[in-house]
Write a protein that binds this ligand. Structure first.
Ligand SMILES: NC(=O)c1ccc[n+]([C@@H]2O[C@H](COP(=O)([O-])OP(=O)(O)OC[C@H]3O[C@@H](n4cnc5c(N)ncnc54)[C@H](OP(=O)(O)O)[C@@H]3O)[C@@H](O)[C@H]2O)c1
Length: 263
């Protein structure tokens, strides 16, 4: 029975980097993303670099419960066990809340939180000894973010939930780590965002290979939270001692005119 590292959001910028770094560690990979075509292309790239790596994949709209069930059935058909679960999939729509439609808000909530929790429950029942769970949150979780409120709330829900789960699962030898990256230049719109932020963007953003390396190292050491980069660690520390209303006012002023609707 094969043991796999399950990676969601494998076809995105950070997810793909996890695929390559996990393949380099000798993991068997089970990848999921929305597009079958992108998954096939990714498998080809992985095979070129790591011809011996075992890679399974299954396309899944993670916001859709019925689609998630198909993913579970496919993995069960393989008799898969999981030694690592890396939840990367996420939707970073950034809008004033009154501009959201019901469809848009449910999509973001379901991908960012419901799917992560649902897949975690599935993986726990099929875990190999010493399962490691690594979930991608964001620095946007550190304080409530007006005009990016839903994203920030889902990312802070991940920190909350997985920090609690970590304690529940300790006695079973399951490690749980949450990654909180600042900017990571992946999609063109994110690269542009980081550029617009000037020095602050330059200071707080880190390349995906650095972020993923730190994440895997932190997970190995069973850290609760991994924050890649000194600037982000400093921001995190400052938000612990700054009155929340000041932090919220700062975000509101700086985020009011930004909109992103990439999904
Ligand atoms: N980049 C940053 O600056 C940054 C900073 C902090 C946190 N993060 C977090 O890091 C994660 C990855 O970000 P990224 O920059 O790599 O973004 P990305 O390139 O857009 O990747 C997002 C991934 O999620 C998948 N996805 C989106 N909606 C989905 C759905 N309904 N069902 C299944 N999969 C879905 C995408 O599939 P497709 O390939 O089909 O689009 C893609 O694989 C996200 O959770 C994001 O919130 C990113």
């Amino acid at each position: 029975m094969a043991e796999y590292t399950l990676i969601t959001g494998a076809t995105g910028g950070i997810g793909e980097e996890f695929c390559f770094q996990c393949a380099a560690r000798g993991d068997n990979l089970f990848l999921t993303g929305r597009s079958e075509k992108k998954l096939a292309a990714l498998k080809e790239k992985l095979k070129e670099k790591y011809p011996d790596a075992v890679t399974e994949s299954f396309p899944c709209m993670l916001n859709d419960e019925a689609d998630r069930k198909k993913l579970f059935d496919y993995a069960d058909g393989l008799g898969a066990k999981f030694s690592r679960f890396i939840n990367v999939a996420g939707v970073d729509t950034q809008l004033a809340f009154e501009k959201y439609t019901q469809e848009k808000l449910l999509f973001q909530l379901r991908v960012n939180f419901e799917a992560a929790v649902s897949l975690t429950r599935y993986v726990l029942d099929r875990r190999a000894d010493g399962l490691g769970i690594l979930v991608v949150s964001s620095m946007s979780a550190v304080c409530p973010m007006p005009y990016f409120a839903l994203y920030s709330a889902t990312k802070s829900a991940l920190v909350n939930f997985y920090s609690a789960l970590r304690t529940e699962m300790k006695e079973y030898g399951v490690k749980v780590t949450v990654l909180m990256p600042g900017g990571v230049p992946t999609r063109p719109d994110i690269i542009e965002d980081i550029k617009i932020q000037g020095l602050k963007g330059k200071w707080s953003s880190k390349p995906k290979d650095f972020v993923v390396r730190k994440a895997l190292k932190g997970a190995e050491k069973n850290k609760r939270i991994v924050i890649p980069g000194f600037a982000n660690k400093l921001t995190y520390a400052l938000t612990r001692i700054t009155p929340v209303k000041w932090a919220i006012a700062f975000v509101a002023k700086n985020w009011k005119n930004k909109e992103k609707d990439a999904f």
